[in-house]
Design a protein around this ligand. Structure first.
Ligand code: NAD
Length: 282
């Protein structure tokens, strides 16, 4: 008989980070990157990693304390970074974000539209309020649109560039624990990414969607707030564990660097095999 057991040992709560790695230059040497949501989770790990690989990084976030602390960490490792506080759902602030990057660093090569929210009241279509829908769309979908609206002209001025838009595995499969606004917003990011990639392919701008699986970051920890909720989710993960923010940052680094020079319009999964799995072998 097929029985499902959960090995609690795989429910690792540890947080792996690039924070202790010294800056030595490398795969992003000479490039200028903007990373939204750069104060925490995937954005923080990407900021640390991109800087370690030689990029000058504009860390953008609502949270100035955490954002400045990421910048301090980068600088103490010998990297180059600057913090800019912005709400990515506000056009004027996003426009200024691009201007600050160009003014400070002279150009823009990489735009990582990573910031996103998941509101705990997000539910099925019957129970989700318009307020939750609008807020989610404004940050997750409009925020990415605004980043592209103001960022693409800067990349064109630079003559080339890479845009990475963070979507999610939920853009590809339905979740039985509903979060209709979040899912729809990430589906929109995926569709928008493909169209932008096709439109700008001949102009040297690559646009890819990064689709993480479930990660141990604050965003998911708030949503899966109990061990019982987390364990129910773990059953569906082929690797038997959540991902880590730095594992997604590694995917973002590839898409940001010239190593991915023939990669555009891709749905780049960093999901531990989740979207390929129907019944998970225990
Ligand atoms: P996180 O909550 O750890 O970090 C998100 C950061 O974005 C925070 O620092 C927050 O202050 C910032 N932010 C939120 N709203 C903002 C706004 N309006 N303007 C500027 N900054 C804002 O989240 P994370 O887990 O690192 O998620 C990063 C991205 O990955 C998000 O787009 C998320 O939807 C996506 N994602 C996460 C998971 C997961 O399981 N954590 C899975 C798939 C996709």
């Amino acid at each position: 008989m097929f029985t499902r057991t959960l090995k609690t040992s795989v429910i690792s709560l540890g947080y792996r980070s690039f924070s202790n790695i010294k800056s030595s230059g490398g795969r992003l040497d000479g490039k200028v990157a903007i990373i939204t949501g750069g104060a925490d989770g995937v954005g923080k790990e990407s900021s640390l990693l991109f800087a370690k690989e030689g990029a000058k990084v504009l860390v953008v976030d609502l949270d100035a304390n955490k954002g400045n602390s990421v910048v301090s960490q980068i600088k103490s490792n010998g990297g180059n970074a600057y913090f800019f506080q912005a709400d990515i759902s506000q056009a004027a602030q996003v426009k200024e974000m691009i201007e600050v990057a160009e003014k400070n660093y002279g150009k823009l090569d990489i735009l990582f539209n990573n910031a996103g929210i998941m509101i705990s009241e997000d539910d099925d279509s019957i129970n989700t309020t318009e307020e939750v829908w609008d807020k989610t769309m404004n940050v997750n979908l409009k925020g990415v649109f605004l980043g592209c609206k103001y960022g693409i002209p800067a990349l064109l001025r630079n003559g080339k560039g890479s845009i990475i838009n963070t979507a999610s595995f939920v853009a590809l499969m339905g979740a039985a624990t509903p979060q209709i606004a979040y899912t729809a917003s990430k589906g929109g990011v995926l569709a928008m990414t493909r169209e932008l990639a096709v439109i700008h392919a001949k102009q040297g701008i690559r646009v890819n969607a990064l689709c993480p699986g479930p990660l141990r970051t604050e965003l998911l920890d708030k949503f899966l707030s109990t061990d019982e909720k987390r364990n129910r989710r773990l059953v569906h993960l082929p690797m038997g564990r959540f991902g880590y923010a730095n594992e997604v940052a590694n995917g973002a680094l590839f898409l940001a660097s010239d190593e991915s020079s023939y990669v555009t319009a891709s749905t780049f999964l960093v999901d531990g095999g989740l979207t390929a799995s129907y019944v998970t072998a225990i």
